[in-house]
Design a protein around this ligand. Structure first.
Ligand code: ADP
Length: 502
């Protein structure tokens, strides 16, 4: 089974959110199941720099009028999965994030950038670039790869089967119709039955409309997106495709997010020996200029600062969140006006609220380890990974009852507490009051250390590894190409490294 896994971000080569973690963890686990996984990522500067064993596989003087293109064959650091980087310097060798410049403005040529990337994926998967490798399946992820299934379906020739995973339906890759001629697709595809969405080009709609199978990242989100409340205008199309849509819960990569061997922590700890968590908490309090005090509950928030994550509600409710006793550490970046509100709260409550604006991976680990309570509200949440990491680190999540949050956290009620199944706290509404009342419930339990420890142990014992989701993706691939296994030649190095790593 040969799979080309195309993604706009893959940890640790390029990351802006959970998609990068998934694009690393899922392929690694599929490689352990002897699938011949090949990753494809645009050749961002960070990716070219961090990828290992690089060699140039194919070179074009010009690709689709976008400039020179080199297909760089490499290995990912650590997992050593085979990866191709689509190195087209005029499109991808830029400072900033995969989607935005340093001032957080979308690159004006994003339609063109990702269309070219999608054509590379399609041609590579068909064996047009390399004589000896073609894909049985192309697995595309989110709008930046949404055109891949459309290109494969709308251009003549044999094609691999296609799977498209929706990690976030709200980011749709919408562009003005005037850009359509740059996309390299037939004119006929630009209509409401194709990839047109209310007069615009929609990369996401293309992925949903043309792929053979659709997945999303939790069972609850798979149901939610069929409704007008969560469907972002695509619910009609999704309903028509509901038989091909399945929700497979994301996993956590416990090789990276494991408090017993996390290299970013001042002290390691585990379910069996949790003492080190106290040292992590003290170190975190000191790092943020708080008085070191193990008794005081420490609430953390690590998130993109956006409406999705209810950052507006959090900003407004911060004084009530800390109440008269708690501390709060916030890390994130996103909408500037919300960042400013977080900054103002930190200035108003020095020694109680601290805010670090930015994206810092090692700091995220230290905060998850040092916190007591993770504040993770969301208007919608396809899966959410931070709550999975927090549970493993004994930091109990306060989440809104939506999407993957609902599928992964068990609310502490009288019933679940007495049965010993509680792992966190959940609220329904989207107001500050709803959230604050839930935080107060969490703080109430925190004041009962014996009960708190029980819930903490239960949360730490949860296992959301990638093994089970990977088996489900493999079953999905097999349903599309049942004949592929016999011809499979798994990559021996990736399978070996994956197995050795456990
Ligand atoms: P989303 O993909 O919607 O942003 P997820 O919960 O699926 O949310 O994944 C978020 C990922 O990004 C997690 O790995 C989390 O630790 C990380 N993260 C979010 N914000 C930051 C930040 N400011 N610094 C470091 N890591 C962050």
């Amino acid at each position: 089974m040969r799979v080309l896994f195309a993604s706009p971000e893959i940890y640790p080569l390029a990351k802006t959110g959970g998609l990068a973690d998934v694009s690393a963890g899922l392929p690694k686990s599929l490689a352990k199941l002897d699938v011949d996984m090949h990753l494809l990522l645009p050749g961002y500067p960070s990716a070219i720099e961090a990828a290992e064993n690089k060699s140039i596989e194919v070179e074009f003087g010009d690709f689709m009028g976008a400039g020179p293109l080199r297909l760089v064959s490499a290995r990912t650091p650590d997992a050593r999965l085979p990866i191709w980087l689509a190195d087209c310097p005029p499109l991808f060798r830029r400072p900033g994030s995969p989607y935005q410049d340093r001032d957080r403005q979308d690159w004006p040529d994003n339609a063109r950038r990702f269309a070219v990337f999608n054509h590379v994926a399609a041609r590579l998967s068909r064996g047009h670039f390399l004589g000896d490798w073609r894909a049985d399946i192309v697995h595309a992820n989110d709008w930046p790869t949404g055109l891949v299934p459309a290109i494969l379906a709308e251009t003549p020739g044999q094609r691999p089967a296609t799977v498209f995973t929706i990690h976030n339906l709200a980011y749709q890759g919408l562009f003005p119709p005037a850009l359509y001629p740059q996309l390299g697709l037939p004119d006929e595809a630009f209509n409401p039955d194709g990839l047109e969405f209310h007069g615009k080009i929609s990369f996401l709609k293309a992925g949903i409309r043309y792929s053979d199978r659709l997945t999303t990242v939790s069972p609850t989100y798979a149901r939610e997106i069929l409704t007008a409340d969560y469907g972002c205008g695509l619910e009609g199309l999704l309903q028509r495709r509901a038989r091909d849509l399945v929700g497979i819960l994301n996993g956590a990569d416990y090789e990276i997010w494991d408090p017993s061997r996390d290299v970013h922590l001042p002290n390691n700890f585990s379910l069996e020996d949790i003492a080190g968590k106290r040292a992590c908490k003290t170190a975190l309090q000191e790092e943020f200029g708080f008085e070191a005090n193990l008794e005081v509950p420490l609430i953390i928030f690590i998130s993109r600062i956006t409406d999705q994550k209810m950052a507006d509600v959090v900003a407004a409710a911060l004084p009530e969140v800390i109440g008269d006793g708690a501390l709060c550490v916030l890390l994130g970046d996103g909408e500037r006006h919300l960042e400013e509100q977080f900054e103002a709260a930190a200035l108003r409550y020095p020694g109680r609220i601290a805010f670090r604006v930015g994206y810092e991976e090692p700091l995220a680990h230290r905060i998850v380890a040092g916190g007591d309570i993770l504040l993770h509200p969301a208007r919608y949440e396809p899966c959410g990974l931070t709550q999975l990491y927090a549970m493993r680190y004994g930091t109990l999540p306060v989440v809104r009852s939506t999407g993957g949050l609902r599928d992964t956290v068990v609310d502490a009620t009288d019933d679940t507490l007495s049965r010993g199944t509680a792992t966190g706290f959940m609220f329904e509404g989207v107001t500050g009051d709803d959230m604050v009342r839930c935080v107060e419930r969490a703080l109430g339990l925190y004041r009962q250390p014996l009960d708190w420890r029980k819930v903490q142990r239960q949360a730490m014992a949860q296992h959301f590894g990638w093994e089970e989701p990977a088996r489900r993706y493999l079953a999905l691939y097999r349903s599309l190409v049942p004949q592929a296994d016999a011809a499979s030649k798994p990559d021996p190095e990736a399978a070996e490294v994956a197995r050795a790593a456990g």
